[in-house]
Ligand binder design. Structure first.
Ligand SMILES: NC(=O)c1ccc[n+]([C@@H]2O[C@H](COP(=O)([O-])OP(=O)(O)OC[C@H]3O[C@@H](n4cnc5c(N)ncnc54)[C@H](OP(=O)(O)O)[C@@H]3O)[C@@H](O)[C@H]2O)c1
Length: 275
């Protein structure tokens, strides 16, 4: 069976995490290429994973079955344009993890009927616990879809979207989402400190409660509403706290927050497409 050659352009936080995930998954190191302007980053990757490295993007994609663009969104066009000819000739699968860069913009910069998968991972991908949404354009074959999915699964869970527009909602939910949970944990820790707990105790109990709740929700398969009901005894302490949150319209706040983030994602995508 042919083992795909995967070339990663941009060996920063995300690019390096993907390489680490792929190696952990058993992808052969000689079938991985990383390109980056920083010799230091490349040396680190070479030492740690023994993959192929180069500062020349064109060299990195010479034999690529898949090219992953892991550069900053603002750098995308500048990085893609010099590779346009080779990509148009060879038609490898192009995976973009750049936030807010639409498939139509990439297609326009690459100037061909390129198979493109857009991926929207989130920061926990850096520790192998990401949540990634994928969208494939019509030129992507079934085996390329499977390949893209297996690559992103190396750094967490993966879902597919049929409509690219939903990427803006994903950005608002899981893309920005870690910050919402950090804020909630910060607020809970502060509230517990106000009620007398030492900082470190409040922090540890907050974090472990968040982790435990997420794991219970994932592992039980029960709906979130049902899980909440199960831990909310009538007349008990949880019921009192939940009623304060509901009376203060926590649901409406989250709706407004996600709507604002989605709108901003749409605005940024339009701006980035003009670069
Ligand atoms: N980090 C996240 O949690 C996260 C989440 C979702 C999506 N993303 C997306 O992932 C992409 C990468 O993010 P990141 O956090 O990994 O950024 P990063 O750490 O800055 O990595 C980007 C890398 O690309 C390199 N680069 C710059 N110009 C290049 C060129 N011409 N050719 C090849 N490489 C070049 C950069 O080198 P220099 O540093 O020398 O410029 C850097 O090493 C972004 O588009 C972002 O939207 C990231």
């Amino acid at each position: 069976m042919h083992t795909p050659v995967i070339s990663i352009i941009g060996a920063g936080n995300m690019g390096s995490s993907l390489i680490g995930g792929l190696i952990k998954d058993g992808h052969p190191s000689d079938k991985l290429w990383a390109a980056d302007p920083s010799g230091e980053k490349l040396t680190q990757l070479k030492t740690k994973f023994d993959i192929n490295t180069t500062s020349d993007n064109a060299q990195a994609i010479q034999a690529a079955d898949t090219i992953i663009f892991a550069v900053k969104p603002q750098a995308f066009a500048h990085v893609a344009l010099p590779l346009k000819k080779v990509i148009a000739e060879r038609k490898p699968l192009v995976i973009s993890i750049a936030a807010g860069i639409r498939e139509a913009s990439i297609q326009q910069w690459l100037n061909g009927k390129t198979p493109i998968v857009r991926a929207m991972p989130n920061t926990p991908a850096l520790i192998g616990c990401g949540a990634t949404a994928l969208y494939a354009n019509p030129y992507v074959t079934e085996s390329q879809r499977n390949l893209a999915e297996s690559i992103l699964r190396a750094v967490g869970v993966v879902v597919w979207l049929n409509d690219e527009k939903l990427m803006d909602t994903v950005t608002a939910l899981s893309g920005s989402g870690p910050a919402y949970f950090f804020l909630m944990m910060e607020a809970l820790q502060e509230a517990a400190e106000d009620l007398g707990l030492p900082t470190e105790t409040a922090r540890l109990l907050t974090l472990q409660t968040a982790l435990g709740a997420a794991r219970m929700a994932i592992e039980s398969g029960t709906s979130l509403a049902e899980l909440r009901r199960k831990v909310t005894s009538p007349g008990g302490t949880t019921e009192k706290a939940i009623s304060v949150l509901e009376e203060n319209n926590i649901r409406r706040l989250f709706k407004q927050a996600l709507q604002a983030a989605k709108l901003r994602s749409e605005e940024l995508a339009t701006l980035l497409g003009k670069e």
